[in-house]
Ligand binder design. Structure first.
Ligand code: NAD
Length: 451
């Protein structure tokens, strides 16, 4: 589906009209292409006094070939690809002034699709209520910067645990790389938690999934097809699953990426065991499980028949639980394994006409909250992504005015692409992301819905 307005805005006449009438101005977003440098310019790295994260962040960036700039020597004319600030030293509310001092002079210094990353300490780990209060306050700053800076700039807060290995370069690296790169083009206003899990850096950051066996459900089209392609591009061996009726489309996707196709209806009573047997016999394991298959059967609650309710809950939530149970019982997901589920911003905000869907997608968030601590003990991470308005067949069916509202009411003034969701799931799947678990990351361009 094409966004004709966004294409028009890129023309000379479009630019003039948008300026004159103050219309939404969707920028062209920087997206990842293999071989790209991590960032297209220097990064300004600043730190609050006593911050513990600037040093590991600086090491990661330098090793990645990034040119670092020093706030002491930055002039008003400097242009940066990213502003990274270590706020972990902010111990009380008066210390927040250090963030003003760093960001205020740089409010216009970012290149288009620039990045703002604030690093902090999870408030629950802080030593005093004053410190926890100040660290919690960082959310308001980063989310507001995401709404203010425009031109495709994204802003995120990364809370890094004080426990264990975290805070060392290896646990932070995958998240910093993802957030700085074009892979996170449509992710903004997010709070990501980096915990104490084990992270394994890849030999080549352009192939962060080398040798991993990855299952993608609902892979025949839309987000699932984009996922299969992105994960294969990043080195994974992809097992693409969809219903038998989508067999031809599924085979096309699997052939294109040199993966294998499994035709299976996830709601069939024997689906979990058949899937487990397939994975065991062909691969002996599955390193990454991506629960992407999903359906909508919209009606307001008063008009909704029980079939609509049951089918949506079953495909979007219960089938994920049944499959996890069998794969885990049979030890098919090894230590270092990853599970990523697809939720939705409807599961965060609720949506008229989608009680069934929003219930199922909020349930996915419940699954992450409840199961991720249990799986952490087995060395397996569990996260979810919550897409906002993504340009797919699903959103093409929304009536025009609602569709335009969905597209424009976010900080990017445009819908996301399936590849944006795929890149985010990719990051959560990497062996290098072992310290990232229990997160729900919205891929919504900082949508106002559920904000
Ligand atoms: P889509 O309808 O294009 O693709 C979903 C795929 O899942 C289809 O290929 C379908 O055949 C498959 N599927 C459905 N039921 C299945 C079953 N029982 N067994 C096996 N496969 C089954 O949808 P999409 O837009 O690509 O969405 C993918 C995921 O993203 C879904 O979970 C959806 O809820 C979620 N999502 C999408 C958006 C969006 O804007 N498109 C927004 C938020 C969340």
């Amino acid at each position: 589906m094409t966004d004709r307005y966004a294409s028009f805005v890129q023309t000379g006449a479009g630019r003039a009209l948008v300026k004159r009438l103050g219309l939404p101005d969707p920028p062209r977003l920087r997206r990842h292409t293999p071989g790209d440098p991590l960032v297209p310019g220097p990064v300004l790295l600043g730190a609050s006094s006593g911050g513990r994260l600037a040093e590991p962040a600086g090491k990661i960036l330098t090793a990645a070939g990034v040119e670092l700039a020093d706030p002491a020597t930055a002039t008003g004319d400097s242009r940066f690809a990213a502003l990274v600030y270590d706020a972990s030293g902010v111990a009380d509310s008066t210390g927040l002034r250090q963030l003003y001092d760093f960001f205020h002079p740089q409010a216009r210094s970012l290149l288009p699709s620039g990045r703002v990353i604030v690093l902090g300490t999870p408030p629950v780990e802080c030593g005093s209520p004053r410190e926890a209060t100040a660290q919690r306050a960082l959310e308001g700053l980063t989310r507001s910067i995401g709404k203010e800076f425009g031109r495709g700039v994204t802003a995120q807060l990364v809370y890094v645990t004080r426990d264990g290995d975290a805070g060392t370069p290896v646990s932070l690296e995958s998240t910093l790389r993802f957030l700085l790169s074009g892979r996170s083009a449509y992710v903004s206003g997010q709070v990501v938690r980096v915990g104490a899990g084990t992270a394994v850096a890849p030999a080549d950051w352009d192939r962060p999934l080398d040798g991993q066996v990855v299952l993608v459900t609902g892979a025949a089209r839309g987000i699932g097809a984009a996922l299969a392609k992105v994960l294969a591009r990043d080195g994974a061996q992809v097992v693409a699953l969809d219903i038998p009726a989508a067999g031809d489309e599924l085979a096309t996707v699997a052939n294109e990426i040199g993966g294998s196709a499994v035709q299976l209806d996830l709601t069939a009573p024997d689906a979990p065991t058949r899937l487990a047997e397939h994975l065991a016999s062909r691969h002996g394991r599955v390193d990454v499980v991506v629960h992407n298959a999903g359906i909508t059967r919209d009606k307001t609650l008063g008009r909704m028949d029980a079939d609509r309710w049951d089918s949506v809950i079953d495909v979007n939530l219960s089938s994920q639980e049944r499959i996890n149970d069998v794969l885990l019982e049979r030890d098919l997901i090894p230590a270092g394994g990853r599970i990523v589920s697809v939720s939705s911003i409807a599961g965060i905000a609720g949506n008229r006409g989608q009680t069934n869907y929003a219930t199922s997608k909020a349930g996915v968030i419940g699954l992450v909250d409840s199961l991720s601590p249990v799986l952490r003990e087995r060395g397996i991470s569990l996260n979810a992504v919550a897409p906002g308005f993504i340009e797919t067949r699903l959103t093409a069916r929304i009536p025009l005015t609602l569709r335009e509202a969905g597209r424009r009411m976010n900080s990017m003034a445009q819908g996301g692409l399936p590849v944006d969701v795929a890149e985010t799931i990719g990051w959560l799947s990497w062996p290098a992301s072992g310290a990232v678990s229990g997160n729900v990351v919205r891929v919504c361009g900082q949508s106002l819905l559920g904000a």
